[in-house]
Design a protein around this ligand. Structure first.
Ligand code: 5GP
Length: 205
């Protein structure tokens, strides 16, 4: 488990200016809440919209949280190289459309992806300069509380997600930086600061 006092952990302790920032961490840690807050409060931050085969949750709008597709369509997208990365998580596929991210990078503009740990590893290989941010829970008990308190998922899905979370927590050392999710507001501010840190000759967006 991460030390809650240590919010940055890049090898030399200095945040790295990033083109592409990847927010990852265990299911239930609050990644999507952080992303929702950024979508609401920081409209200048470009967010990748993933493709998934899971059913929309109440309040989710196609094309905003996700593009919702069938299994066959997803498999075709993956097979034809349209996805930068993809993973199967708790019985569903999730993937990042490649083209919008490529366009963003070509333009030299920052962007944010929210993916599971398996996806983050693939982004590391595809975009070695990406800044990989691990969002850690304050404690394991807090993560269990958040996962079991979600009334949108049936018990077998929650159990799958707990199992995945144990493995995902062990991946923390593969990331450039850990942010501990003690406050959504603080995590958003830290994330946006990391994303908008630009080399001196590039204007921040
Ligand atoms: P949820 O169903 O709760 O929205 O997402 C389940 C998990 O899938 C979360 O850990 C989320 O970060 C991850 N996820 C969302 N989009 C993507 C994606 O495009 N690729 C990968 N690999 N994981 C994703």
């Amino acid at each position: 488990m991460a030390d809650p006092a240590a919010t940055t952990g890049s090898p030399d302790g200095v945040p790295v200016p990033a083109g592409l920032t990847v927010l990852s961490g265990p299911s239930g840690v609050g990644k999507s809440t952080v992303v929702q807050a950024i979508r609401r409060n920081c409209p200048h931050v470009w967010l990748s919209v993933s493709v998934t085969t899971r059913q929309p949750r109440p309040g989710e709008i196609p094309g905003r949280e996700y593009f919702f597709v069938g299994e066959r369509e997803f498999e075709e997208m993956a097979a034809s190289g349209q996805l930068l990365e993809w993973a199967r998580f708790a019985g569903n596929y999730y993937g990042t459309p490649r083209e919008p991210v490529a366009q963003r990078l070509e333009a030299g503009r920052p962007g944010l992806l929210e993916v599971d740990v398996v996806g983050a590893r693939q982004v590391r290989l595809a975009v070695p300069d990406a800044l990989l941010v691990f969002l850690a829970p304050p404690t394991w008990e807090e993560l269990v509380r958040r996962l079991t308190g979600r009334e949108t998922e049936p018990p077998d899905v929650i159990e799958q997600r707990l199992e995945a979370a144990r493995a995902e927590l062990r991946a923390e050392s593969e990331f450039d930086i850990t942010l501990v999710n003690t406050s959504v507001k603080d995590v958003c501010a830290q994330l946006v600061a990391l994303m908008t840190a630009q080399p001196a000759d590039q204007p921040a967006e």
